[in-house]
Design a protein around this ligand. Structure first.
Ligand code: GLN
Length: 313
């Protein structure tokens, strides 16, 4: 695919986006609902892009690892479809925006038996219930291998401290899993599904790796470095559509207006965005807004979207 921006243009836009985003340090909150993550340094911000030829550009004060959290829901969905097929997966989870927070419980009681979409917590737990393998370990290792490919880091792995913390303190997610068991969404062991989901959330990634994954999605599933197919093109379309309609939970509409690039946030402070045919973006800033999205990350994306003309609507 043709390179549409010079490296200099991308570097300059990233640097400006970083400077712009840094003005919002102190305006958000660390995620108190995940105690293992509430000690990150709010000043650490990272802004990265990977073009469709596999070149990665970085700006910002931090190139270290952070918790992938909900960005992993896309990879979990892909593994669920590979293991069980779309018919099974989409009998357990829908594809419509929920208009609710990521861990809202009320819909499963009052609206629909199955979660609205795979990018909210119950949807991702339902995806986890579709993984196949002899045991939890084998299921996780398949998922991890896929994550390694999509992030261009075969060593990627989860942080057990973050996973354990969420297993102990994630009472809402346990309620969601129990509710789905009750509703007949899945059978089996909800504790296992929760742990697989949490391991995915606890993957330790860099913003550069997230931007690489964004480039895979932006390039309709081709590896930006080798051109090898990593994901089916139709699946990428579906993931971008889900990101565009459900990626920021109950603030997806506002994000569409302000940024306008299919994106997925994680409460670890990362955001993934995929500008079709152009580039992938990975941004990080640990402080969140009231909806679980990185404040500085959003600002960085807003800037980049304008500076590089990345919006799709
Ligand atoms: N692990 C987090 C949770 O389950 C993920 C939520 C998020 O990233 N928004 O609450």
């Amino acid at each position: 695919m043709l390179m549409q921006y010079t490296p200099g243009q991308i570097r300059q836009a990233l640097e400006e986006a970083y400077q712009y985003a840094a003005q919002w340090v102190g305006k958000g909150q660390l995620p108190d609902f995940i105690p293992a993550l509430d000690h990150e340094d709010p000043g650490r911000i990272s802004v990265c892009a990977t073009d469709l030829e596999g070149n990665t550009y970085t700006a910002g004060s931090y190139q270290g690892r952070f918790s992938m959290q909900s960005i992993s829901k896309i990879i979990l969905l892909e593994q669920a479809i590979r293991d069980s097929g779309e018919d099974v997966v989409f009998s357990r989870v829908g594809v419509e925006p929920s208009g609710t927070s990521f861990h809202s419980v009320y819909r499963l009681e009052l609206v629909e038996k199955v979660p609205a979409n795979p990018l909210i917590n119950p949807g991702a737990i339902a995806s986890a219930s579709c993984l196949t393998g002899r045991d939890k370990e084998e299921k996780y290792q398949k998922f991890r291998a896929l994550a390694g490919q999509l992030l261009d880091n075969p060593q990627v792995d989860y942080d057990p401290a973050v996973c354990d913390c969420e297993m102990k303190t994630g009472h809402r997610n346990r309620a969601l899993a129990s509710m789905m068991l009750h509703n007949g969404v899945f059978t089996g062991d909800p504790e296992e599904y929760l742990e697989l989901y949490y391991r995915g959330c606890a993957l330790r990634v860099t913003a550069a790796e997230v931007s690489y994954f964004g480039a895979v999605l932006a390039g309709d599933g081709l590896c930006p470095k080798t051109g090898r197919r990593l994901l089916e093109a139709d699946r990428c379309r579906m993931y971008r559509a889900l990101m565009a309609t459900c990626g920021m939970y109950d603030t997806t509409g506002r994000y569409a207006i302000q940024v306008g690039i299919p994106g997925k946030s994680g409460s670890g402070g990362g955001i993934l965005a995929a500008a079709r045919g152009k580039m992938g973006l990975g941004v990080y800033g640990p402080e969140l807004d009231g909806h679980g999205n990185s404040v500085c990350g959003m600002k960085a994306l807003e800037y980049l979207s304008r500076a590089l003309d990345l919006r799709v609507y």
